[in-house]
Ligand binder design. Structure first.
Ligand code: GLN
Length: 252
């Protein structure tokens, strides 16, 4: 019986941090690993448990309104933080969207001045502004060798995120507000952690980013050679967004 490699996705707070189609990112990671012959599974990591985090290849942390963020930040700091830090050091990848992205930083401060501490896995801080940033987003991505070099998605947030010296932007916005509507950056890259404001969900229309996450996570097992998939449908959806938003497509 040939040995089938496992691929495990760790889903942080699936019951509370999961909006604007974020669940689609889980489906994309699992399916793209299964289509390469992996035994792909999801470990749900709700409040009160850190079980199985040491076996996770890619963690996913979705978005959530202020109310949901208030319900999860204590568990994140006290229960998940130690194992998440160890997992990232040992080569696991993390994708965090919007409210999840904000709580991986040092803190998120609401529009009413309440401050929710984060875990500082990302050197960023976020303070809510009065006006919500809502709409389509196109990003010129800074990840080397990513083809296409654009990411497309949807944003809906009040938070303005600013990067510290240890963090670099995921890219620059060609359309949309991104991190703070002021410095033109979107998202954040820091070791194996990717934070972004892109909902949608993100990965179905950006299969190149999904494969980047899978490949990087499997590198520690020398399994980073991924058989190419037929992404014509996914990339057609990506191109359609660029066309609809009248943005030139490159390398599609
Ligand atoms: N509550 C946060 C904000 O408004 C995050 C929102 C979200 O995850 N979409 O900025």
């Amino acid at each position: 019986m040939p040995h089938i490699e496992r691929f495990i996705v760790g889903w942080l707070y699936p019951d509370l941090m999961n909006i604007y189609g974020d669940r689609g990112n889980i489906t994309t990671l699992v399916k793209r690993a299964q289509w390469r012959g992996f035994d792909a599974r999801v470990v749900e990591l709700g409040r009160g448990t850190a079980e199985g985090m040491e076996d996770v290849d890619v963690f996913f942390f979705g978005g959530g309104q202020d109310r949901e963020q208030a319900l999860v930040y204590e568990d994140l700091v006290e229960v998940k933080r130690p194992k998440l830090e160890r997992a990232v050091v040992s080569g696991a990848m993390v994708l965090a969207i919007c409210g999840g992205y904000q709580l991986l930083g040092h803190f998120y401060q609401t529009a009413t001045g309440e401050r929710y501490p984060g875990i500082g896995l990302l050197d960023v801080t976020t303070e809510a502004g009065r006006k919500r940033f809502i709409g389509d987003v196109i990003v010129d991505c800074a990840i080397d060798g990513l083809k296409p070099s654009t990411l497309v998605g949807f944003e809906n947030h009040s938070g303005r995120t600013f990067l510290g010296p240890a963090a670099t932007p995921l890219g620059n916005v060609r359309l949309g507000n991104g991190n703070n509507g002021a410095d033109g950056t979107e998202g954040c890259l820091q070791s194996g952690v990717i934070g972004t404001y892109l909902h949608g969900s993100l990965l179905p229309k950006n299969p190149h980013l999904a494969d980047h996450l899978i490949r990087r996570a499997l590198a520690r097992r020398d399994l980073s050679e991924l058989t190419p998939l037929d992404d014509s449908a996914e990339l057609a959806a990506h191109a359609r967004i660029l066309q609809r938003l009248k943005a030139p497509s490159n390398q599609l």
